[in-house]
Write a protein that binds this ligand. Sequence first.
Ligand code: SAM
Length: 268
Amino acid sequence: MTEIKYVHGYSTREATRLNDQADTLDDIIHNDSLFAEDSLVLEAGCGVGAQTKIIATKNLRTNFISVDISEESVNQARASIGEMGIKNVEFRQADIFNLPFKAELFDSVIVCFVLEHLHDPAKALIELKRVLKKGGSIMVIEGDHGSTFFYPDSKYAHLAIDCQVQLQKQNGGNSNIGRELYPLLKSAGFSDVIVSPRMVYVDSSRPQLVEGFIKNTFTAMIEGIENDSVQKGLIDRQSFGKGIQDLYRTAEPDGVFSYTFFKGFGTK
Ligand SMILES: C[S@@+](CC[C@H](N)C(=O)[O-])C[C@H]1O[C@@H](n2cnc3c(N)ncnc32)[C@H](O)[C@@H]1O
């Protein structure tokens, strides 16, 4: 089985962050995550079910099979979806590189914030294509840390963000994968490929995004890699702390923060 090297780890804090992220971005990234009634959809890399609850609720007449390589996350996802009374999802532990499904089983596939963590995202897309029916569709949603800008600008904040880019690279992933969705989907052989950028622009006139995105999604993610970054010699603790302080500074009344996610669509 593929070794799990998930840069953010599997802590309770990370599970909370994934849920905050999913709830905050619902309208921006899932407004068009719509699937045909009675179709079968594979959600690959479901984690603790943060996106699952959103897509399953939006598509109550669609059947989902949601998988993740982490047995613990799958168990957490199953428990929380069960508590919410959502009945159209079945969970399984599975590796995206070696899915336990026959060819052409699924009508659609959705992958959210997973390819960025994989050493060979192109290979994962080919395996996802294998289990997709001819004419079936794939949706892939990823971020790109190179799309981050903010006011007031800060050298330290950029240095802290760059630690995440470097750590993810050391783990075999790519924090800037959003810009590669088009070539990745094309090279995996999907047709009708379309990529749509989803910009999250935040200033204090959007208080929900100030809390939900600047603080609880993005800065919480960068804060979570402090020890790893310092221990691996990527930055000193003081500079990292200043970077985090400056990211929170963008959440003040005169601050601005922007980040772009990318959503790719393709057909088999
Ligand atoms: C950032 S989390 C995203 C989880 C969820 N999609 C969300 O957006 O909340 C990335 C997930 O990918 C999973 N993952 C990493 N490698 C995997 C693999 N080879 N097969 C299946 N899942 C994998 C991790 O276990 C983790 O749960």
